[in-house]
Design a binder for this molecule. Structure first.
Ligand SMILES: Nc1nc2c(ncn2[C@@H]2O[C@H](COP(=O)(O)OP(=O)(O)OP(=O)(O)O)[C@@H](O)[C@H]2O)c(=O)[nH]1
Ligand SMILES: [Mg+2]
Length: 573
């Protein structure tokens, strides 16, 4: 019987040990019914049935290829029993504990260990987040577009970034390859010769996962409408690269693409409920078009006796998935409302908000920690930060600094869409600080990639300041420093050593001043608290104490200036 990794909600493509942790976070609502499709086995060696758990019943495909009714009731099995029999894909309802049952993990690992040579055993299990995790071997594949004159990442750079992503996801990169093509092969992304070469590499290196640098086509049916309007479409059915490659590589080799890898990292790293919900939404939206034909194996296996069943099942799955997407969107909306209320409360005290944006690993969190004494995770891994953190700066003038999720080239649009709510922080800030890792050989391309995302987020009206970070790590720091001096919008610093931080704070103040309005107001003595707020949030030029109060000349945020209206004497904006 052929196996089908057809889990709708299989949250992690790679490190399954962490799956349950994330899924538990996704179940804050008891009415939020989880369901997965999973491969079950009855003994240690053989898969005996494919079981589909739905909200209204279970469909089971037995070894003799007969198909049960979908309304077969679910056997109430203890969680750990089911986990132990599933092929690494946990297939039952969520439980309260964040830890997968110890017995299950031990059993899964024992199985893997047993298949390894002694020399491999010690090296393949790594401690991650206090847990022993099996480190899968990955092989990376890319396509260099011939005649592509775009100023973008070269294939080798793109593959080395993919290797960093794989490392962040906890994979061991055993090798990589690429092919020069005018356009990716619609059936298999790469040519047949390359496919054969990768097959040999899979055997030679004992590869478990092959990762492609671009998003592989899921195999969507092209509608008649598109066919008529867009005759350049290659065929009636867009080829299914992912499934074709899986079939070709065969066995247990998993095929995934850059988007799936990024989603997996996000899934592992989502630390708050909002982030977990957003990642889950992105995963479902990524999965939806990939459900096509997933069930066609049922028709084949049933000898064509249940013609149309696969098609029907896809529709059912899609409907369920769409319902889940709808429910998730509602949950995200309610979390978002909460966040908005919090933001509004924050706005009541009109301290300017400065958002740190930039390419992943540029040093945003390190800068936030330096300036605010926060303790945000900052490490040499991609996508260390997923949730925005806002803190008040400690030195000199006050402003709120917000750390945000990093960007990357080829950022999946599903992810941008899912994180749009979080990224609202960016579009509502008074100033954007674009943090660049100036020591990175591809700094310029990274700047372009970030600018592209910022454009998508419609931030053109917000003033920007550019920070050239990691100057301590640059090949020629003096040259960088003198280059930066030539441009008033650029500050050169090192968040690690502290060099240039004062200049940075001054530059932020100058930029913020441009966003403020000039006021001259007479503050009565009994409104002393207004005077201290002006000191906090604005820039006071002069205070004169006169008979009936303090005459203040200052730059203040527009919202605060409105509060001062009754007391203003003259106003030049
Ligand atoms: N040499 C040097 N290293 C730095 C500097 N700033 C940050 N780093 C290092 O760069 C790595 C990434 O820093 P983070 O602050 O996590 O980067 P980030 O932009 O928040 O990354 P994401 O959250 O993944 O988007 C860490 O290992 C930091 O120690 C710097 O000024 N100099
Ligand atoms: Mg960060």
């Amino acid at each position: 019987m052929s196996l089908c990794f057809c889990s709708i909600l299989k949250p992690s493509f790679l490190n399954r040990e962490l799956d349950s942790v994330s899924r538990h976070r996704l179940a804050p609502n008891p009415n939020f019914k989880p369901y997965q499709l999973c491969n079950l086995r009855i003994d240690d060696n053989d898969f005996c049935s494919i079981k589909a758990v739905h909200t209204d019943g279970v469909g089971v495909l037995y070894p003799d290829d007969t198909v049960s009714d979908r309304t077969t009731p679910v056997d109430a099995q203890p969680q750990d029993q089911v986990d132990a029999t599933a092929d690494g894909i946990i297939g039952t309802a969520m439980e309260e504990s964040h830890e997968p049952p110890l017995r299950t993990r031990a059993k899964k690992m024992e199985g893997k260990k047993a298949n390894l040579k002694d020399s491999d055993k010690e090296n393949r299990f790594k401690l991650r987040n206090g847990r022993e995790v099996f480190e899968e071997k990955a092989y990376l594949v890319g396509v260099a577009r011939k005649g592509d004159n775009d100023i973008s990442f070269g294939i080798e750079d793109s593959l080395s970034e993919l290797a960093q992503l794989a490392d962040t996801a906890g994979l061991f990169v055993a090798g990589s390859t690429y092919q020069n093509l005018v356009a990716p092969n619609p059936r298999t992304y790469i040519g047949s010769g390359k496919v054969a070469e990768i097959k040999s590499a899979i055997q030679a290196f004992d590869i478990e996962t092959v990762i492609f640098d671009d998003e592989l086509s899921p195999g969507m049916r092209i509608s008649m409408f598109k066919r008529v309007l867009l005759p350049t479409y290659i065929s009636f059915f867009e080829e299914r690269q992912l499934r074709n490659l899986e079939k070709t590589f065969g066995g247990d080799v998993r095929v995934c693409d850059r988007t799936a890898l990024i989603l997996d990292i996000f899934n592992q790293r989502a630390a708050t409920r909002e982030a977990a919900l957003q990642v889950s939404l992105a995963q479902m939206e990524y999965q939806l078009p990939r459900l096509t034909k997933m069930w066609s194996h049922l028709e084949r296996q049933a000898g064509g006796q249940v013609k149309g069943m696969g098609e029907k099942q896809i529709e059912v799955d899609k409907r369920i998935l769409r319902d889940q997407i709808g429910a998730l969107k509602k949950e995200i909306e309610s979390v978002r409302k909460h966040r908005k209320q919090y933001r509004n409360r924050r706005f009541a005290i009109p301290v300017p908000v400065v958002s740190l944006v930039g390419y992943t690993n540029a040093g945003k969190s390190t800068l936030l920690n330096r300036l605010t004494g926060a303790d945000v995770l900052a490490e040499d891994k991609l996508f260390a930060t997923l949730d925005p953190t806002t803190r008040r700066t400690k030195n000199g003038k006050e402003f709120l600094l917000t750390d945000t999720v990093g960007f990357i080239q080829k950022l999946p649009t599903t992810l941008i869409a899912a994180f749009r709510a979080t990224l609202e922080e960016i579009s509502e800030s008074s100033l954007l600080v674009h943090v660049v890792d100036i020591s990175h050989p591809l700094a310029e391309l990274q700047i372009d990639a970030v600018d592209k995302v910022l454009e998508e987020l419609d931030t053109s009206s917000i003033p920007k300041l550019i920070v050239w970070n990691k100057v301590d790590n640059a090949k020629d720091p003096d040259k960088i420093r003198s280059e930066a001096k030539k441009n008033p919008d650029i500050v050169c610093l090192s968040a690690l050593t502290g060099e240039g931080l004062d200049e940075f704070c001054n530059a932020v103040q100058e930029k913020l001043k441009d966003t403020m309005v000039w006021v001259e107001a007479l503050i009565p003595f009994d409104k002393g608290e207004l005077l201290s707020t002006i000191h906090h949030v604005g820039m006071v030029e002069k205070i004169e104490y006169v008979e009936n109060g303090a005459l203040v000349r200052a730059h203040v945020p527009l919202r605060f200036a409105r509060l001062l209206t009754p007391m203003r004497q003259t106003c030049v904006s």
